[in-house]
Design a protein around this ligand. Sequence first.
Ligand SMILES: [Zn+2]
Length: 64
Amino acid sequence: MPETTIQTPVAQAPQADHLHRWRIEEPNGPRSAGVCKICGQTKEFRNWLSDMDFITNEEHRMAA
Ligand SMILES: [Zn+2]
């Protein structure tokens, strides 16, 4: 009987004391990697999930 090594990453991302400033990498396939400019945390963004557009919009405002 094989061992089950899959674990749900529940406690992997502790609550941060700041709003993550995601810097989204150039789209590379269906997903983009985002890196927080403050704490360096990484997160994967699905490009088809355009509901999260407010994040990139914020980035554009900051860069203006
Ligand atoms: Zn952060």
